[in-house]
Design a protein around this ligand. Structure first.
Ligand SMILES: [Zn+2]
Length: 647
């Protein structure tokens, strides 16, 4: 996922007391995971996976992971827009890891369970089930009784309108305004709100799904999508590669497809399709350069689904079909590092997966590193360095405001919802850790290490401790005297940013800094800044580094010279609106209102609400605008902003 919470502090964890009470329960989910190479259906020759056994705890799943190992799901669901519900059943195929296993324990949240069955030689038979009271973080434990031999269970269920992993949009909330839209967002622990499942990233399943929808809508999933599917309201999907539950995803709406190459394409509402294709048509090149650097793309097709503007994230790396915010369609490819990021997850995250959410940096640190390598390969060193420098600037600011514990890579979640610990730390600190290793060992050695890491852990999940062991054996000990385990431990287990962290600097940014200084000192005019040649990154650096005590007259000069209030680039607009709120430059208020009502991406809107709440006047404005905007936001964004502004 691309969140880049550069300026975003999430709401404090809720209901900690309740989760601590539950910790007795969750501790029981010790797991002996047999890591096996997943079925690769021969699309690409899979790498040889090592077979290891580890004992694991996932504090975020009730599932009896130590007793049964999920293998495959068959989903039969009716997409009911009127009831805002997915209705149907899931068949769960599993292996038994022990003798005498008598239950299948699953995670659910806000799901109506209607009936449970298991398979016998004579067919399906009804069985008892128990749905426990809801825990505010984990949801409700579902226990299904089994007989001694069965390896297949069926659960009939209905999701509820408030399912945290689904957003149901009215026609008015879409780009085209004529058809409803629904999409899922399962990471981190929201798959359980639309499928009863062992919702742990240590679990891997293949799946098949049949979705029934209104006839005029198209359904897509994180699976094989037939590019020229006919609209008939009856859609079939197959995902032959084993994926963790948080990567199961669906979208249903007035979608059309346009190919960008033989294996890449875009699904979007018709009004957004051409602009999306024009913006993202470097995707095939991105896949190629990533394959050259880090080994084969193992997932068949790579398509993009462009979501309505209310999507709370930048993107979500659902396999074969990344979900993408339309806020990066800038008209000049200036924000396509988002695509590089989601694509990079096809190696780090989707192929090699964090075993628990404490190991989230293994997903996002590696992905941010690979993302930047793709950008360098395709768009050159200058741009890649600027993007790295902007991220590190954001990280340095952010860690000052975060709880110290949340600045640790191998973060202790203490039973909190993983969403509440999200920050730029696993992304940018993780990326800088890998950049540090690259600098120390040299790119050639480090790339070899990465390729082997991806190959040897393909279709497996691993913990931070397992990664450290692998790193020690395959990099540190092979090249002794370069980096010590003590240094690795500082990176992974110590708070804040280590002294040894690389500090990416861009010559272009240094030039801007000195010109800005000259303007602030009254030595030059804005017309002499040389801004005609600036890229979006240079604009962002310029605005982000202006002092927060600028006088209104200076804000006016900036706006007159550069028309910043009217910027159509959502990142530049965000940076300018932040500065305007801080400096009380109220000319922007109508633009700010439009911005907050039309976009639901948390990274762009949450810091603005937070900043507005610092003054009485701002708070009044924020409350009024939020009332209008709230119904259009995703439940996750609503939850975050409710904490800041109030409902
Ligand atoms: Zn990501």
């Amino acid at each position: 996922m691309k969140t880049s919470y550069k300026y975003l502090l999430l709401a404090a964890a809720f209901s900690l007391a309740a989760c601590q009470q539950e910790s007795e329960d969750t501790k029981s989910s010790k797991e002996t995971v047999k890591q096996e190479q997943a079925v690769d259906k021969g699309e690409v020759k899979g790498a040889e996976a090592k077979h290891t056994e580890t004992t694991r705890v996932d504090e975020h799943s009730y599932g009896n992971l130590d007793e049964v190992e999920l293998k495959h799901l068959d989903l039969e669901l009716n997409v009911n827009f009127e009831a805002r519900s997915l209705e149907g059943f899931v068949d769960i195929t599993f292996d038994r890891l022990k003798d005498g296993v008598s239950t299948l324990v699953l995670d659910t949240r806000d799901i109506d369970i209607q009936k449970a069955q298991y398979m016998t030689d004579a067919g399906w038979v009804d069985t008892e089930f128990d749905l426990a009271d809801k825990n505010p973080v984990l949801g409700s434990k579902l226990t299904v009784e089994l007989d001694d031999n069965t390896t297949k269970a069926r659960v009939y269920y209905r999701t509820q309108p408030q399912a945290s992993g689904l957003q149901w949009l009215t026609p008015e909330q879409t780009a085209g305004k004529k058809h409803p839209f629904v999409y899922s967002q399962a990471q981190a622990i929201h798959a359980r709100s639309f499928i009863p499942i062992q919702d742990s990233p240590a679990v891997r399943v293949t799946y098949k799904a049949n979705l029934k929808t209104p006839k005029d809508l198209l359904a897509v999933m994180s699976a094989f999508n037939e590019p020229d599917t006919e609209l008939d309201g009856d859609y079939h999907f197959e995902m032959p590669q084993a994926i963790p539950p948080y990567l199961i995803a669906l979208g249903v709406g007035n979608l059309e497809f346009k190919a960008m190459s033989d294996r890449t394409g875009v699904y979007a509402e018709p009004g957004l399709l051409d602009a999306s294709v024009a913006e993202f048509n470097d995707t095939e090149e991105m896949v190629k350069v990533t394959e050259e650097m880090f080994g084969p793309y193992r997932w068949g097709r790579y398509d993009l689904l462009i979501l309505p503007p209310s999507f709370p994230f930048g993107g979500m790396e659902n396999p074969r079909l990344s979900f993408i915010t339309p806020t990066v369609i800038a008209g000049d490819k200036s924000l396509v590092n988002l695509i590089a990021h989601e694509l990079a997850h096809s190696w780090s995250g989707n192929l090699v997966t964090n075993a628990t959410w404490r190991d989230f940096w293994l997903n996002e640190g590696f992905t941010s590193y690979v993302e930047n390598r793709i950008m360098e390969e395709l768009y050159g060193k200058k741009r890649a360095t600027m993007e790295r420098a902007l991220d590190v600037q954001g990280l340095r600011q952010e860690v000052e405001a975060l709880p110290k514990g949340d600045t640790i890579l191998n973060v202790n979640l203490d039973g909190r919802d993983p969403d509440d610990a999200f920050s730029g730390v696993p992304y940018t600190k993780g990326q800088m850790f890998l950049t540090y290793l690259e600098n120390k060992f040299g790119r050639e050695v480090f790339d070899e290490f990465l390729v082997e890491y991806f190959n040897s852990h393909a279709f497996q999940s691993l913990t931070t401790e397992e990664f450290k062991k692998y790193l020690n054996e395959n990099l540190l000990e092979k090249h002794p005297g370069v980096v010590s385990m003590d240094e690795i431990n500082v990176w992974i287990h110590e708070p804040m940013l280590p002294e040894m962290m690389p500090n990416p600097t861009s010559d272009a940014f240094t030039t801007i800094d000195s010109k800005t200084k000259a303007w602030l000192g009254g030595e030059t005019q804005l017309s002499e800044m040389g801004s005609a040649e600036w890229t979006v990154h240079e604009w962002l650096h310029f605005i982000n580094n202006l002092p927060e005590d600028l006088k209104l007259e200076q804000m006016k000069q900036l706006d007159q010279a550069f028309s910043l209030t009217d910027s159509t680039n959502n990142e530049i607009a965000h940076a300018w609106l932040m500065l305007a709120v801080k400096t009380n430059y109220d000319v922007v208020m109508p633009r700010l209102e439009t911005y907050l009502v039309s976009i639901g991406r948390r990274k762009l809107i949450v810091p603005l609400y937070r900043e507005l709440m610092n003054t009485d006047e701002g708070a009044k404005f924020a409350k009024r605008v939020y009332k209008v905007a709230r119904p259009g936001y995703h439940p996750l964004a609503q939850g975050t902003i409710d904490e800041i502004v109030g409902k």
